[in-house]
Design a protein around this ligand. Sequence first.
Ligand SMILES: NC(=O)c1ccc[n+]([C@@H]2O[C@H](COP(=O)([O-])OP(=O)(O)OC[C@H]3O[C@@H](n4cnc5c(N)ncnc54)[C@H](O)[C@@H]3O)[C@@H](O)[C@H]2O)c1
Length: 327
Amino acid sequence: MKGFDPDHFVNHETGQSANQGIALDIAAPNLKESEIVELVGRVAVVTGGASGIGRGMAEAFLEQGMKVVIGDVEPAALEKTVTELKAAGGDIVGAVCDVSNQDSVDAMAKSSLEAYGAVHVLCNNAGVAGEGGPTWKRSIEDWNWVMGVNLTGVLHGIRSFVPIMIEQGDEGHVVNTASIAGLLAGSGTYGVSKQACVALSEGLFSDFAQHAPKLGVSVLCPGWVKTRIIESERNRPEAPRQTQREEAPFGALMRKAVEDAIANGLEPRAVGDIVVDGIKARQFYLLTHPWENMIEHRMKNIIEKRDPIGTSPPGLQIPGLPEESKD
Ligand SMILES: NC(=O)c1ccc[n+]([C@@H]2O[C@H](COP(=O)([O-])OP(=O)(O)OC[C@H]3O[C@@H](n4cnc5c(N)ncnc54)[C@H](O)[C@@H]3O)[C@@H](O)[C@H]2O)c1
């Protein structure tokens, strides 16, 4: 949990941490008969596994004695990560894969089966952050790219792998990486894609309960994590690239603040451990930071029919960001 200070989330009137008394209870399991008791020897597939949170998950799974397939659109980073994790003793293979393309994800499913003969855990984790700016000024290419990776990419993973997992007849688990942005008032391409990822995951939970009771699902909603997400442009498939940064409501100053928050965020490996615990406990919502106050604020805005102003409650600020970023 290095790097994250919950006391940043401070009530300026009382001087108290807003999170005092709120514990993130990852350990409280909601066990079902479909629980995966043992991860040793099972096979995990992680998209976006060459970097950041995906790599953190891969490391955590390998430590559990699992076999791991990582899929990623960036071949050089993929090769480097596979080489390093193999050198550390991991049973791991890589597959170049663009999650926004169903054929590419199908091919990764095929190569996963060729490598290990089964898939028990699927982590639809690959994701990108797009442009800033008012909704109508963000390019349609940006909307399509971000939704194509962050939402349709998750759907492609479900469509390729879940039938295989059902056919196997074993217990299995799907983890979809959304974001805390998927639980707060929506904003822009990223927020919309992550809200949709949460909704997709909630629907999958019901689908599994009705049609595939041996499968479980979690939606991972991280706060700041020390990764390369701010450099997502490196994976944008084609022009036009970022053109509107100066017009973004957050602007250059806010970009710097986000960069700093991410640089001081959780270590990806700590998120990997949260995911392992979440799978074992069959916990649906996986939160990495104690930011329940912000979720409650959003929900109260809805229930009390207030305007969706501010990501955090009055008098509080988003941890890691300056006050002016609230809206
Ligand atoms: N870092 C954070 O603070 C944070 C917070 C909340 C949610 N997330 C989410 O975590 C997930 C992982 O991101 P990260 O923070 O580790 O960033 P990252 O950039 O370090 O890793 C993302 C990985 O996804 C890969 N990728 C991008 N587009 C792809 C595509 N089309 N097909 C396959 N792979 C692709 C990248 O090459 C990269 O290896 C994302 O879904 C992101 O939205 C991150």
